[in-house]
Structures are given as C-alpha cells and as structure tokens.
Design a protein. Structure first.
Length: 201
C-alpha cells in the first residue's frame, strides 16, 4: 500500500520588509514549497489556522508598533510550527517575556561572526562558527531572557542571535538567513523545513 506523504503548507506574515520576498524565494528554493504571503495588517488567526508552518518576516520598527503582530505571534506559537526572522524573532521573544534594548552600534548590512551554542535541531550540520548577516538596531537584553527560551547562538560580542522554545516548535533568528551575508542560511531554513515536515506529516 502506498502511503501519501502530506506536503506541509507555509504562511509568511510580511511585516513590510524589503527582504520578504528574498525569504520567500529561499524557502521555496530549499523546500519546493512556496509560502503564501499575507501582510501583517491583513492577517488573522483564521488565516494562520489554515497552515502548518508560520514565518514572521523582518520589518522596520518594533513589534509593538506593527499592527497586531504580537497577538498573531502569540496565537501562532501556541498552535503552529514557527520561525521568526529579525523583527519576527524580537516579537516571539517579547511574547515570552524578553526585553529589547537599542544597541549603541547599529548593524545594517553587516556580517557578524557567530558561534553555535546548541546544534540540534536549528544548527544541525553547521560549523561551530558561522557568518550571520544582520540588519537591526535593537537586540535582546541578556538580563531578561525567560527560561522558556533556549539561546542557540551568539555573536563574538556575546549578543544573542537565535533561540528556540524549550518545548514548542518555535525558533527565532536575529540575523537574516536569506541574505548573501549568511552563507549557511539555506541550511538553517532546511533544518526548519525538516522539523515542519516531521510535525506536519
């Protein structure tokens, strides 16, 4: 008997960022799945409910300034497999109690040296050190990281660059995996797709 394997579906919530479709194209490239894109101001819980995986894009400003982003993130993290990139990462972190601060040094179009703190599943098959393309001026305050979030990578200044939820399929990355400044970004996206495939089938 042939068992039909379900292809997971992905919705990508666009927070008005110029990188959104770069991210869409990289996800499609590594998985063959083209995410459905919806603007954050047009997204709803009902839309998110129709998909297996949810990606929250980068974007300008802060999570609390971006329409209903925090409410959408809370709903998605309770019900779906989630990846947050840059602004999406910050929104996930805030939903679990983390705090942001404005950095003295702005990272826009900068390749930062990063170190993997935990390999599985986010950084499976990564080298211990990798380059992370960054475009942000806000970061997570290391003094206010909730126990529910496990730090998975840091930069060479010990700033947090990624996390996973300790018992939910929720990941966040401050850097941009879709950027040419993140050479191993495709591998990270493949790792997320592998998790999505395992959970959705």
């Amino acid at each position: 008997m042939n068992v039909k394997i379900k292809t997971p579906s992905i919705i990508l919530v666009d927070c008005f960022d110029s990188f959104t479709y770069n991210l869409v194209h990289r996800i499609e490239h590594v998985s063959g799945i083209r995410p459905h894109v919806v603007r954050v101001d047009e997204c709803s819980f009902e839309m998110i409910s129709d998909y297996d995986g949810v990606v929250f894009s980068p974007g300008p400003g802060l999570p609390e300034e971006t329409f209903d982003l925090l409410d959408l993130v809370k709903f998605a993290c309770d019900n779906k497999i989630v990846l947050g990139v840059c602004l999406g990462y910050q929104a996930i972190a805030q939903c679990y109690g983390a705090k942001l601060y404005r950095q003295d040094q702005v990272f826009h179009g900068v390749s930062r040296k990063a170190v993997v703190k935990e390999k599985l599943p986010m950084f499976d098959r990564f080298d211990e050190f990798f380059d992370a393309g960054s475009y942000h001026s806000w970061a997570l305050d290391k003094e206010f990281i909730p126990e529910s979030l496990v730090v998975t990578s840091r930069d060479d200044l010990d700033e947090i660059l990624s996390f996973r939820h300790f018992d939910k399929p929720v990941w966040g990355v401050q850097f941009h995996p879709e950027s040419v400044l993140s050479p191993q970004g495709d591998l990270l996206l493949r790792n997320w797709i592998r998790l999505l495939n395992a959970k959705a089938c």
